[in-house]
Design a protein around this ligand. Structure first.
Ligand code: ADP
Length: 172
């Protein structure tokens, strides 16, 4: 088995919403892989703020000028999505010790389900170590300013969402 010259890396997540910590990982990943497929998980089991369609729209707008980044939605097992794309590399970010246990479990389970796949962990930018989508949502819900932590169109949509509907997601 060889992982040499893997052209495609798949970066899965909820991205609810995407923030600059995610974007830094995408940027680093594009320096390693010719193509990075950002996979928006539809059935994350979390109560989402933005529907998968809204998340995909925001991310496609963000990466419209970058042919190395493709935004896709997926449901079901990540390994099925990988096989569909003919990809073997899963990209994840590891922020802190708190991420380790969950990420390690997922990586080992995915290996069990698809032995020829490999999870690659990229280190975050240190200034975004604390950043999570959940924290961004909470700050906006409480009226805080997240300028610089999410792309501007995402910030505008976040504020509009909390102003108009107290943070309830659109059905999808
Ligand atoms: P999840 O898949 O748990 O819903 P997210 O969608 O928030 O997680 O994030 C997707 C991936 O991005 C995960 O691997 C997560 O560790 C990583 N990530 C999240 N926030 C950051 C950050 N601030 N810096 C680097 N990586 C991050």
């Amino acid at each position: 088995m060889t992982f040499m010259h893997q052209p495609v890396g798949v970066y899965p997540g909820s991205f609810d919403p995407i923030h600059v910590g995610h974007m830094a990982i995408v940027e680093r990943a594009t320096q390693i892989f010719s193509k990075v497929v950002v996979g928006i998980l539809e059935n994350s089991g979390k109560d989402p703020l933005f529907s998968p369609t809204e998340r995909a729209d925001m991310m496609r707008e963000l990466y419209a000028g970058n042919p190395a980044v493709e935004v896709r939605r997926f449901s079901g097992l990540l390994v099925s999505f990988l096989k569909e794309l003919d990809a073997k590399i899963i990209i994840r970010g590891m922020r802190a010790v708190s991420d380790f246990e969950y990420e390690f479990q997922m990586a080992l389970m995915n290996r069990r389900l698809y032995p020829s796949a490999e999870t690659v962990f990229l280190t975050p930018k240190e200034e975004y170590l604390y950043l999570s989508s959940k924290l961004v949502r909470e700050v906006v819900a409480l009226g805080g300013d997240v300028t610089g932590l999410v792309p501007e169109p995402v910030r505008v949509r976040l504020e509009a969402r909390y102003r108009s509907s107290k943070g309830r997601p659109a059905a999808d």
